[in-house]
Design a protein. Sequence first.
Length: 180
Amino acid sequence: MGMGALRQGDERLPFAEVISRHQGGIHRFLLRFTGSAPDAADLFQEVFLRAHRAYPRLPADADVRAWLMRIAINLTKNHVRDRQRRQRVLLPVDTATAGPATRVAAGADMEMISQEVARTLSAAIDGLPFRQRVALVQRQLEGLDYATIAANLGCSQDSARAHVYQALRKLRLALATDED
């Protein structure tokens, strides 16, 4: 039973206590997944709004943390789908002209290489299938175990491992291709 679980017969926590116990972890997941503070804040509010409405119906023995994470994952899935739909409609932004025009520091070449690797990595993560991306974020950035990831995704632990493995393999390939 996880930290967020209640045992049979325990009093249900007041919802304000649920928020204070789990807001940090949920917000970190949303921020790492979206890469955008405003998007994470919007999704965070929606997670706890939906949770507040459904909390009275949650079984007393439910793992509250896993339940909140499932809500967050479902909302991020919708967010990604909406963002992909918007990207197909909008013209791509020229990111090459977005930065400063000149660099003076001696380490400018390394900085540019690091930024390019970061852009490649970010694009590769954004391009991962949803379940692989969620599993990767939860495992590598949140440090969650495979049992928790499996519960959050509604799959087996072997599937959760496979999602992380495939995501890492695709990221390695993207970085190797970028170096060539």
